[in-house]
Design a protein around this ligand. Structure first.
Ligand code: JFZ
Length: 414
């Protein structure tokens, strides 16, 4: 069972993933050819030679980038951490690296250290900052792995020594407190190599969490695939990274935005199973966050903000409640939170001996009439009457509070 030992991660529930790099310039299309896959993989999918691809750096000038604006938005959306791509598979560092000139300060007309700006904004607004770092795949370094290609002639260890270890040292030394390193696609990384990276991270920042994809099952929490909810209950710390459309990096042709209702449902489904939802935005080559994602996140964020008490810092709820369609559950202390995802006239939940104190609407604290009724099997039923104006609404949350001696999780069988 994975355990990050970091309370902030267990409490966070909702975070912002940012995929940003040179691929945002191509935006899903190279020399008139569109990629039909995730846009940050365009170099690999369309076989763009490294000497060609690296010329993009000379065009990278995201003058609209505003770190504070993004961090403030994340805060507004009720998110508690940000994970930013310090270096993706393309090999380009989005910070001022001293050991590779292929970075945003030395190789672009922009010349600003994007990571530094993000760090300062995160510190200002008290936002945890984690960094994605592609340790195994590096399509720019001759010895970095490239998925789906012949890697047999490569000296992976030489690349680790030359680039990965020094760059990890940089991002962990020069950018304040780093909450986690989001390693990815370990490919043929050996156990010893994974361990060496973990040791380096921990030697500089002992509290920095190692993500699930360091390789060899050695990460400190479990990461699922894009939008994939584990089918079995998972007791340990885990996170679900997810796109808002069908790409991580910006793709100008992708307007397939998910529906806010579905995102809210997924967030609560993840939270009720004890996981964190790491939701992605892909800024464009000017540093703008696509309007489509802002629109969805504004709606989702409203729910998260209004019901922060029922999301942030809550605990997982047992398996038997999972299959209900009209609600998802979270809990905290002696409070059971019923997230209402479909219109209902009243809430009825089987009760196993809980003493219900009261029920209230989470967003404004309004008391709701609530009673416990005995049913023939000896169990009882908790019934919350909903006022008329709520009966045709969805996406609101009701709290049922019980006596402190009661095990709250037992009250949701039904
Ligand atoms: C990886 C990257 O290749 C991708 O570009 C993006 O950064 C994403 C967050 O992570 O893609 C993966 C890696 C592993 C799985 C899915 C997507 N997985 O294990 O299901």
């Amino acid at each position: 069972m994975k355990d990050t030992k970091q309370q902030w991660f267990k409490d966070a529930k909702f975070g912002l993933f940012i995929h940003w790099g040179l691929y945002s310039i191509l935006a899903g299309e190279y020399k008139g050819k569109k990629t039909d896959r995730i846009a940050e993989w365009i170099m690999n999918h369309l076989d763009i030679p490294a000497e060609e691809y690296e010329k993009l750096a000379a065009q990278f000038n995201p003058i609209e980038f505003d770190a504070e604006k993004i961090v403030k938005k994340a805060k507004e959306w009720g998110m508690h951490y940000i994970v930013f791509t310090s270096k993706h598979h393309e090999g380009f560092a989005m910070y001022h690296s001293k050991c590779s000139k292929y970075n945003v300060v030395d190789a672009t007309p922009f010349r600003r250290d994007i990571l530094k700006e993000l760090q300062l904004a995160c510190e200002k607004y008290e936002m945890k900052l984690g960094l994605y770092y592609s340790q195994a795949q590096d399509w720019h370094d001759p010895d970095g792995f490239m998925y789906g290609k012949d890697n047999s002639h490569k000296d992976y260890q030489a690349y680790l020594d030359r680039k990965v270890m020094p760059q990890l040292r940089e991002i962990l030394t020069d950018y304040g407190e780093i909450a986690l390193i989001w390693f990815d696609t370990p490919m043929d990384t050996t156990m010893e190599q994974s361990q060496a990276m973990i040791d380096l991270v921990k030697s500089i920042q002992p509290n920095c969490i190692i993500s699930g994809r360091i390789g060899n099952q050695m990460g400190e929490y479990m990461t699922t695939g894009d939008n994939f909810i584990p089918r079995l209950p998972y007791e340990g710390d885990w996170e679900l990274p997810a796109t808002l459309n069908d790409t991580w990096g910006f793709n100008k042709h992708d307007h397939n935005w998910k529906n806010p209702d579905d995102i809210i449902r997924l967030l609560l489904k993840i939270n009720s199973r004890g996981g964190n939802y790491l939701l992605n935005i892909g800024p464009d080559s000017l540093g703008r966050v696509p309007e489509g994602s802002i629109k969805v996140l504004d709606t989702v964020g409203k729910y998260v903000q209004e019901n922060a008490e029922a999301i942030f810092g809550t605990k997982r709820v047992e398996i038997y409640a999972y299959e209900l369609e009209w609600a998802q559950f979270t809990r905290k202390d002696y409070k059971l939170f019923v997230h209402m995802l479909e219109p209902k006239v009243r809430i009825e939940l089987l009760n196993v001996g809980n003493h219900v104190k009261r029920a209230y609407l989470v967003k404004d604290g309004a008391e709701l009439p609530c009673k416990v009724m005995t049913v023939c099997e000896g169990d009882s039923m908790i019934e919350v009457e909903l006022p008329e104006y709520l009966q045709n609404q969805k996406n609101y949350c009701v709290c049922i509070e019980t006596e402190e001696k009661d095990p709250i999780f037992e009250s949701i069988k039904g």
